[in-house]
Design a protein around this ligand. Structure first.
Ligand code: ZN
Length: 344
């Protein structure tokens, strides 16, 4: 079996892809499902490299068949990252590895028509041509139908890898023709490690950003800076100063934090950590995550009772579910904040 290099913190997707490569039984279409920043794109590229890596002598095996070839050396790391094929894919110059991303907000029918013209021809040089279509939930109906036709009559030596955040966002007839590979949110520990490795920040700061990133590495990278901390401090100050006498202020804050869905979820993650820290402070002050706000946490712990904090936790969780389910964002923010103000 090829030693497919594991994708950060994604043991199950790595194992599934490894098995497919090992058996050389690669399906015509894979659907990578998972929230943004969990490594779907990286995995798709690595998979394309592994399918075509010249260090893998399973090349002679036929696609979509169980009768796979044998590796030269089972310990070979696949993809090698060093052969001509791997290097072309890494430098985005391989003619048979095609990436399609939303143009603006949508994947347009013209993009899929262009793709169909390419797919009508044989691959130029790849053992297996790989088409990666990201964020398929942004395809309109016409583009979706065109992809469906491709899936109904799969082109030779070609794998389509579609990526999306949720299964429910995808046309069921497309989803039913794909093998699913689910990507989990990245754990806080792994996120923190990756931040230390890539940004060179201290483990303590990395732990703060990892807690705020809600399992998404790209989110952690985005917020892992001074502006991210300012945003955190701003929302905590606003929340702690809410009062029922100032309903107008509550509603204004609700409007501000609910403008953007991803940002709203980010604020909810911050508040969850904040209230968690207030609870934890009493028992394990050494285990608080926002350790740089120790004085504030100590101060807040005197103002909130434990039952109130637990209620706030539940309210944040149900608010988050509403946001995910695309319930009216502003309304759900107003409900949350007025509830907080009531118990202030
Ligand atoms: Zn290679």
């Amino acid at each position: 079996m090829p030693n497919f290099e594991p994708i950060a913190d994604q043991k199950i997707p790595s194992a599934i892809l490894n098995t497919l490569l090992g058996k050389s039984a690669i399906p015509h279409a894979l659907l990578f499902l998972g929230m943004e920043g969990t490594g779907k794109q990286v995995a798709a590229i690595k998979f394309a490299m592994a399918c075509n890596c010249l260090a893998n002598s399973a090349s002679k095996s036929s696609l979509h068949s169980d009768k796979g070839g044998v590796l030269k050396n089972p310990e070979d790391e696949i993809p090698c990252g060093d052969c001509i094929s791997c290097r072309k894919i890494l430098s985005k110059s391989h003619p048979d590895i095609i990436e399609i991303k939303p143009s603006g907000s949508y994947i347009k029918i013209a993009q899929i028509r262009d793709l169909c013209e390419i797919l009508a021809l044989k691959p130029y040089e790849a053992k297996i041509r790989v088409v990666i279509i990201s964020d398929v939930q942004t395809m309109n109906a016409a583009a979706g139908n065109a992809i469906l036709k491709v899936l109904e009559e799969p082109p030779e030596r070609t794998v389509l890898i579609l990526t999306a955040t949720e299964q429910s966002d995808i046309i069921p007839t497309i989803a039913s023709r794909c093998q699913f590979v689910r990507f989990n949110p990245v754990s806080q520990t792994r996120l923190a490690e990756m931040l230390v490795e890539t940004k060179g920040i201290t483990p303590d700061s990395a732990a703060i950003f990892a807690a705020m990133a809600n399992g998404s590495f790209s989110r952690a990278l985005e917020i892992g800076n001074v502006a991210g901390l300012k945003k955190r401090d701003w929302v905590i100050n606003e929340i702690e100063s809410l009062s029922l006498e100032e309903t107008g202020k509550c509603l204004l804050l609700a409007e501000k934090i609910s403008k953007d869905k991803d940002e709203f979820i980010e604020y909810l993650e911050i508040l969850k950590v904040w209230f968690r820290d207030i609870i934890v402070f009493e028992y394990h002050p050494d285990k608080i995550i926002f350790f740089d706000l120790l004085d504030k946490i100590q101060n807040a712990s005197g103002r909130h009772t434990k039952p109130d904090l637990l209620l706030r936790f539940d309210a944040i969780e149900s608010c988050r579910q509403n946001v995910r389910a695309n319930v009216n964002l502003r309304l759900t923010a107003e409900t949350l904040l007025l509830g907080f103000a009531q118990n202030q």
